[in-house]
Design a protein around this ligand. Structure first.
Ligand code: NAD
Length: 487
């Protein structure tokens, strides 16, 4: 057994080296499609490991930020090339570690490559403005200063794209980084870090420490040498990070949950809306922050929409995401499966009508994994738990309305505001939706889950700390503006 552990063991990456935690303990990462398979062992680190990595990041800061952003971008181009050359291996690890299908994992890894290249190029963009001064013999302009050491805390659902869309801008804008990935996908994170290592970053510029959120995440919150914390994950954890960062004056950015609606109006292209609902609701087993969760349909087309939706669900192939032809994999972990099943139970108890799925799959090829059927409820009332709380699984709540006004009232009646979509051919309805929908991502005739790396991404209300990631918006978090007056 100990030989097997040694072969599958991943260490922390601190100051340019792979080092074991001083605890001597490891955490197992198991395959959710076959819980008998251990994908790897990662360090169960302590606060001391994290503090060591921060010391390394702080030590590397001065020389890293003295390089030009163009030079820093060159490192990111190298990481992109290395990740691209290892795309199959990284994607397969992701599928085995958290269950999303191999084509989706390959798409996400390719997205990671593209994000790296995008931010490499951002190193050549302007970072300030020249502003007319009231003194005509003075030069007044703005420039940008890096924050310093940035703590990056990430979830398991996009284990390549999210760490990269935080680390790449952090680095190109002159910060050094400590990554704490979700334990469920820490092996995938280690493979991404190997690409950074191979690209030859100066020691300490990029670091990774794995371990429990309550220990390593908390140590990031508490370490006063970390100047900024960027977090993606649940609202509960996000609140804790926000409060801790605020208390010691660190900058923070929180991207959290969603309860994303799709509105289908009487003039919609119904087939298009059905396909988008299937894709938005069930791809990645519904475990996307932008996944479709509520489907609000005009009464006049409700029956037609429902019939087509249920027919398409029957075509979904469920199984191990490594196998060809599988469209929906398992839930990422046993606890995620149990959360989803408890929401399904709650939906039944509160009086919604289960019209599709609702059960765990346990026989034959599903025996050792955490599989659940694609699930649909109807007669869902806006105040029900399954219409209010983030489920993070393949569960749709159907609701019937008589007008766009009623649809918008229901769509906005949640504490989240991440993504929202509408299906309509009426331009007035589109524009009302753009104006009145309380969400950071507005999608018209397109599924709720869809993000372009060159555009700002983030939510409103409880979905975000109101900052934005990705695209050129990233510079706002990872730098501070300096206003310079020279006479
Ligand atoms: P989570 O909050 O449980 O964990 C996220 C990260 O925080 C992990 O690395 C975890 O180890 C760490 N953590 C846990 N406890 C901590 C603590 N006490 N202090 C500091 N760090 C701690 O979230 P998850 O289950 O990994 O991810 C699912 C959630 O992420 C969902 O709510 C989903 O909507 C959200 N999400 C949001 C976005 C977005 O961009 N808005 C994207 C993807 C996922």
């Amino acid at each position: 057994m100990s030989v097997e552990i040694e072969q599958k063991k991943y260490r922390n990456f601190i100051n340019g080296e792979w080092v074991p935690s001083n605890t001597g303990e490891v955490l197992e990462s198991r395959n959710p499609a076959d819980a008998d398979e251990v994908v790897g062992y990662v360090q169960k680190s302590s606060k001391k490991d994290l503090d060591d990595s921060v010391k390394a990041a702080k030590g590397a800061l001065r020389s890293w930020k003295k390089r030009s952003s163009v030079e820093r971008g060159q490192y990111l181009y190298k990481v992109a090339d290395i990740l691209e050359s290892r795309l199959d291996e990284v994607a397969e690890t992701m599928t085995r570690e958290m269950g999303k299908t191999l084509p989706e994992a390959m798409g996400e890894t390719a997205r990671g490559v593209a994000i790296l290249r995008y931010y490499a190029g951002e190193g050549m963009h302007k970072i300030g403005d020249v502003i007319p001064s009231t003194d005509n013999r003075a030069l007044l302009y703005t420039t940008r200063a890096s924050l310093g050491v940035v703590g990056v805390i990430t979830p398991w659902n996009f284990p390549v794209a999210i760490p990269i869309w935080k680390m790449a801008p952090a680095l190109v804008y002159g910060n050094t980084v400590v990554l704490k990935p979700a334990s469920e996908t820490a092996v995938t994170a280690a493979k991404v870090l190997q690409c950074f290592q191979e690209a030859g970053f100066p020691s300490g510029a990029v670091n990774m420490v794995t371990g429990p959120g309550s220990v390593i995440g908390q140590a990031i919150i508490d370490n006063k040498d970390i100047n900024g914390i960027t977090f993606t994950g649940s609202n509960e954890t996000g609140k804790r990070i926000g409060q801790g960062a605020l208390a010691r004056g660190a900058k923070y950015q929180l991207e959290m949950g969603g309860k994303n609606p799709v509105i289908v109006l009487e003039d919609a292209d119904i087939d298009l809306a059905v396909e988008a609902t299937i894709s938005g609701g069930f791809r990645s087993t519904g475990q996307k922050c932008t996944a479709t969760s509520r489907v609000i349909v005009h009464r006049s087309i409700y029956d037609q929409f429902k019939e087509k939706l249920l027919y398409r669900i029957d075509e979904i192939t469920i199984g191990d995401g490594m196998n060809e032809g599988i469209w929906m994999g398992p839930c990422a972990s046993e606890s995620q499966l149990n959360t989803i099943l408890s929401y399904i139970q709650k939906g039944k108890e509160e009086g919604a009508t289960l019209i599709k799925g609702g059960k765990q799959l346990t026989d034959g090829p599903f025996e050792k994994g955490y599989f659940v059927e694609p699930t649909v409820f109807e007669h869902v009332k806006p105040e029900m738990t399954i219409a209010q709380e983030e489920i993070f699984g393949p569960v749709l709540a159907l609701m019937k309305v008589d007008s766009i006004e009623e649809a918008l009232t229901i769509a906005n009646d949640v504490e989240y505001g991440l993504s929202a979509s509408i299906f309509t051919t009426n331009i007035q309805h589109m524009l009302s939706f753009v104006d009145d929908m309380e969400a950071g991502l507005i999608r018209v005739n397109a599924e709720s889950a869809g993000v372009e790396l060159q555009a700002p991404f983030g939510g409103m209300k409880q979905s975000s700390s109101h900052s934005r990631e990705q695209g050129q918006a990233a510079i706002e978090f990872f730098t501070s503006i300096k206003t310079v007056f020279i006479k």
